[in-house]
Design a protein around this ligand. Structure first.
Ligand SMILES: Cc1ncc(COP(=O)(O)O)c(C=O)c1O
Length: 395
C-alpha cells in the first residue's frame, strides 16, 4: 500500500527507485519496516558525515527546537546558531575567507556564487567543466558539463562554457572576459575523478592572470570526506569563493558560500538584495552543522580517513573490479558494464548493503559511507562486496 502510494503519488525522477521503506537509521545502518538492516555505503550521497542520527547532532537540534525555529528571512536578525557556525567554519579557512552566506542547499550556493562573481567582476562568462554536475536548477544546469541533461531546458543562461577537466591546454580558454571558473577539486558525478598534479594550480594561476574568480564546488568534497577538512587543502590551492553543503549539516539541509567581505559586499549594494532566501541559515540546520564541525574537529574521524581508504583499496581486489578511483571515503568502483553495476547495487540491497550509481558514469558504483564507519563495518562491507562480485563472476 505505502509502496504503491510512494510510486504513484510521490513524484519520481527515475523509473526504478531503490524503494527501501525506512523505519529508522542509526550510525552506519538504515533499518526498514520489516526489520532488515542495511549497512549504508552511500550516506545520503556523501551527506551523513557522522552517520545517521549522531547523538551530538540530534541533541543540538532538540535543544534549538525549545528555543526558536524560523524567525525572519535570511540576514535580518542576529541569530546565535548562525554566528557560532560562521565563526567555526571561517576559523578553519585561510584568511581571505572572512564572510559566509548561509543558504539551503548545494545548488543554491552555486547559483548565488555565480551571481556574486558576475556582480563583482561585471563580466558574464562562466567557465566550468565537462562531465561536472553542480545541481539541478537552471543556473547550475547552464554550467553543467553534460548536454543530455541540459538539452530539454534550453535556452539556459548564455555565456556558459565547459572545458575538459584535467586538460592543461584548454585552460587557455579562461580570459579577461571570464567572471568565474567553477570547479570541483574532485569531480563527483563522473565517478570521482581526481585532479592531475599541478592542474588546480594551473587554473589558479590563470585566474590570477585574468582576474577571474575561482569558485570551488566543495559540496561533496568538504567536511572531511577526502581526508582533509576541505578538498582544496589536499592540493594547496585556495579559491576565491567556496561552496559547501551536503556533509555540512550532519543530516540536515544547509549550504553556504564563503568569500571575502570585499567580494561578498557586491550582493548588498547597487541594487541591494543581490541574493535573498527565506530559510537560508535556518537555526536547526546551523546547530546541526555546528555539532558536526565540532565533532569533526574534536575527534580523530578525519585523521582516520586515509587508513579507511587504504583498507577499502587493499580489500577490494577482484577480477571484476577494473579500477578504484577517488580519495578518502569518496571511492568509485569501476566494473565492466552498466548491467553489472545495476546487478551489483540490486544484489547489495538483497545482502544488506546500500551502494549507488553515478549520474554521469554508468560503469562505476559509489562507496561514500558515513565518515564514522568503523573498521569492522568496512571489513564486513568488503566481504559482502566480494561475495556479490564472485556470484556475478560465475553467473
Ligand atoms: C559537486 C556537487 N555540486 C552541487 C550539488 C548540488 O547540491 P544539492 O543537491 O544540495 O542542490 C551536488 C549534489 O549532488 C554535488 O555533488
Amino acid at each position: 500500500m505505502s509502496k504503491s502510494f510512494f510510486l504513484n503519488h510521490i513524484a519520481q525522477t527515475n523509473t526504478n527507485p531503490l524503494s527501501i521503506h525506512v523505519k529508522s537509521a542509526k550510525g552506519s545502518y538504515i533499518k526498514d519496516i520489516n526489520g532488515k538492516k542495511y549497512l549504508d555505503l552511500v550516506a545520503g550521497v556523501s551527506a551523513c558525515t557522522l552517520g545517521h542520527c549522531h547523538p551530538k547532532v540530534t541533541s543540538a537540534i532538540k535543544k534549538q527546537c525549545d528555543k526558536y525555529l524560523h524567525v525572519m528571512v535570511y540576514g535580518e536578525f542576529i541569530q546565535d546558531p548562525q554566528i557560532y557556525l560562521a565563526k567555526s567554519i571561517l576559523s578553519l579557512l585561510p584568511s581571505n575567507f572572512d564572510n559566509i552566506y548561509f543558504v539551503n542547499s548545494g545548488v543554491e550556493s552555486i547559483e548565488a556564487s555565480i551571481k556574486l562573481a558576475k556582480r563583482y567582476t561585471s563580466r558574464s562568462e562562466i567557465i566550468s567543466f565537462k562531465n561536472s554536475y553542480y545541481g539541478s536548477t537552471s543556473g547550475a544546469l547552464s554550467i553543467m558539463g553534460d548536454d543530455n541533461f541540459k538539452k530539454k531546458y534550453k535556452p539556459l543562461i548564455s555565456d556558459c562554457n565547459q572545458i575538459n577537466y584535467n586538460d592543461f591546454t584548454s585552460i587557455s580558454k579562461i580570459s579577461k572576459k571570464t567572471a568565474a571558473v567553477v570547479i570541483e577539486p574532485i569531480q563527483g558525478a563522473s565517478g570521482f575523478i581526481t585532479p592531475k598534479d599541478g592542474y588546480l594550480n594551473a587554473i589558479r594561476n590563470k585566474c590570477n592572470e585574468t582576474k577571474t574568480l575561482l569558485i570551488f564546488d566543495e559540496i561533496q568534497t568538504g567536511f572531511g570526506r577526502t581526508g582533509n577538512f576541505f578538498g582544496f587543502q589536499s592540493y594547496n590551492v585556495i579559491p576565491d569563493i567556496l561552496c559547501i553543503s551536503k556533509g555540512m549539516g550532519g543530516g540536515m539541509s544547509i549550504g553556504a558560500f564563503c568569500s571575502s567581505k570585499k567580494i561578498m559586499k557586491s550582493l548588498s549594494e547597487n541594487p541591494q538584495l543581490g541574493h535573498i532566501t527565506t530559510f537560508g541559515g535556518h537555526p536547526i540546520g546551523c546547530v546541526a552543522a555546528l555539532a558536526t564541525v565540532k565533532e569533526l574537529m574534536n575527534s580523530n574521524i578525519i585523521s582516520q580517513i586515509s587508513e579507511k581508504e587504504k583498507i577499502y583499496r587493499e580489500g577490494l581486489k577482484h577480477p571484476l573490479i577494473k579500477k578504484i578511483r577517488g580519495k578518502g571515503l569518496m571511492l568509485a568502483i569501476e566494473l565492466e558494464s552498466e548491467i553489472l553495476c545495476r546487478k551489483f547495487v540490486k544484489m547489495g540491497l538483497q545482502r544488506g548493503i546500500i551502494t549507488f550509481f553515478f549520474l554521469l558514469n554508468n560503469t562505476s558504483v559509489r562507496i561514500s559511507p558515513p565518515l564514522t564507519i568503523s573498521i569492522l563495518e568496512i571489513k564486513k562491507s568488503i566481504l559482502i562486496i566480494k561475495q556479490i562480485l564472485n556470484d556475478l563472476n560465475y553467473n
